[in-house]
Design a protein around this ligand. Structure first.
Ligand SMILES: Nc1nc2[nH]c(O)nc2c(=O)[nH]1
Length: 252
């Protein structure tokens, strides 16, 4: 079943937006970006900053709280917690096991981190700069290391958060590749159900091609808008009249 009128509105909105609009949403509206920028001020090593973000992304599922609050908990903890870099794995597992917002499937999540850690641990800041230029290759490497599909939610989401980390560390905006799919979390799934029975990855893949906005950047427009963690005034200040488009998306 398709709601043709709602799909028409969605297409109208996204066909009038572009990657720059998504970038503004990321940098001015998404609380996840804001807390990562704050965290960067407290972590001396850029390499550790990026590794922490990748590890945290890969266990960001089945949360007991919103994604925004989970990333705030992560940022607050590591802003205050100094540690010896060689203890990163042990220290991260301690954080995860004591966290408030991420209490489910802790054994599975711990095993996942232990599995990816040897790959991440060997990476230097130069490797991260290279991966920032080629995020599709990073996606491939992580999915291979974890024996997971390239479309699975946490893998594509890890690349989204890596893109945020890369932008903050290297002070340069590189758009996400068109080939990386939208992270299919419950917020995106429930929203897509209002429009179509089609798989969200397929549906948003088509919207992406038509609007020429990469799926991860579409996610950056939809996801914070649906989270409603912004005040209308700051949205108006950032986007002026175009902020109406965000309200239109939320109201569908
Ligand atoms: N689709 C998305 N899912 C998410 N989960 C989470 O914690 N953050 C996000 C996100 O930005 N997009």
């Amino acid at each position: 079943m398709e709601n043709l009128e709602k799909i028409r509105k969605i297409k109208e909105v996204f066909n009038s937006l572009d990657v720059n609009f998504a970038r503004e949403m990321e940098e001015n509206v998404d609380l996840q970006y804001f807390v990562l920028k704050n965290l960067k001020k407290s972590i001396k090593s850029d390499e550790i900053f990026i590794k922490l973000i990748l590890i945290n992304s890969l266990v960001s599922y089945q949360l007991g709280t919103t994604g925004e609050l989970w990333w705030k908990e992560f940022s607050d903890y590591w802003s205050k917690h100094d540690f010896e870099p060689s203890n990163l794995l042990k220290e991260y597992i301690k954080f995860l096991r004591g966290s408030k917002g991420n209490k489910r499937l802790l054994d599975t999540k711990t095993k996942r981190i232990e599995k990816i850690f040897p790959f991440l641990n060997g990476l230097t800041i130069q490797n991260f700069e290279d991966y920032y230029q080629n995020m599709e290759y990073l996606l491939l490497k992580i999915s291979k290391e974890l024996n997971s599909k390239k479309e699975s939610k946490t893998i594509v989401f890890a690349v989204k958060m890596f893109g945020y980390a890369g932008r903050i560390v290297f002070n340069k905006f590189i758009p996400y590749p068109m080939e990386i799919q939208i992270p299919k979390d419950s917020r995106i799934e429930n929203y897509t159900k209002k429009l179509t029975d089609e798989d969200p990855v397929v549906f948003w893949g088509k919207i992406s091609k038509e609007s020429n906005i990469p799926p991860l950047h579409l996610d950056s427009i939809i996801w914070p808008a649906l989270g409603r963690n912004f005040d209308n005034k700051s949205l108006l200040n950032t986007f002026g009249k175009k902020s109406e488009l965000v309200f239109k998306l939320v109201d569908i």
